[in-house]
Design a protein around this ligand. Structure first.
Ligand code: OFO
Length: 167
């Protein structure tokens, strides 16, 4: 059985993961309207991944005798100055999510809830990967600079560089 404190913290994380999914969906839509179809596919896939992150917690909370709450969400930004700015937003967002997961892990220690601690290890590893992906993409964009042909190649290659793991 989950303690109230853990249940509340996990419900907060459910909301954060759902908002992450909406942020990536909004980025996908913006990219698609700008003709960046490769970046759009990457973002659509990522929106699905974030939904899976959310669902895993929903199921876990209910399985442990809590009640997963599906709440309203803060609307994501709808447009971005450039792909580079957009990926900087991704990185900052993932750093924020990592902090939230770390705070959650801290709470599992103070509540002596080792099952939840164990459950969250997957998220700890996933956050390392997500931050690294965003950093790598920003590095690549910096390498390309502002050239149209470079961006054309980048847009074509992004899905092969970062295939979706659907998690
Ligand atoms: Fe759920 O990993 Fe990104 O936000």
């Amino acid at each position: 059985m989950l303690s109230k404190k853990i249940e509340t913290a996990l419900n907060k994380q459910i909301r954060i993961e759902a908002e992450s999914s909406q942020i990536y969906l909004s980025m996908a839509s913006w990219s698609e309207t700008k003709g960046f179809s490769g970046i759009a596919s990457f973002m659509y896939d990522h929106a699905d991944e974030e939904r899976m992150h959310m669902l895993k917690i929903v199921k876990y909370v209910n399985e442990r005798g809590g009640h997963a709450i599906i709440s309203d969400l803060v609307a994501p930004p709808v447009s971005f100055d450039s792909p580079k700015k957009m990926f900087e937003t991704v990185l900052n967002h993932e750093i924020f999510v990592s902090k939230s997961i770390n705070d959650l892990v801290d709470i599992t220690f103070s509540e002596k809830d080792y099952a939840s601690h164990n459950f969250l290890q997957w998220y700890v590893a996933e956050q390392i990967e997500e931050e690294a992906t965003a950093r790598t993409i920003i590095d690549k964009i910096n390498l390309i600079g502002d050239t149209k042909s470079g961006f054309y190649m980048f847009d074509k290659d992004i899905m092969t560089m970062f295939p979706s793991d659907q998690e």
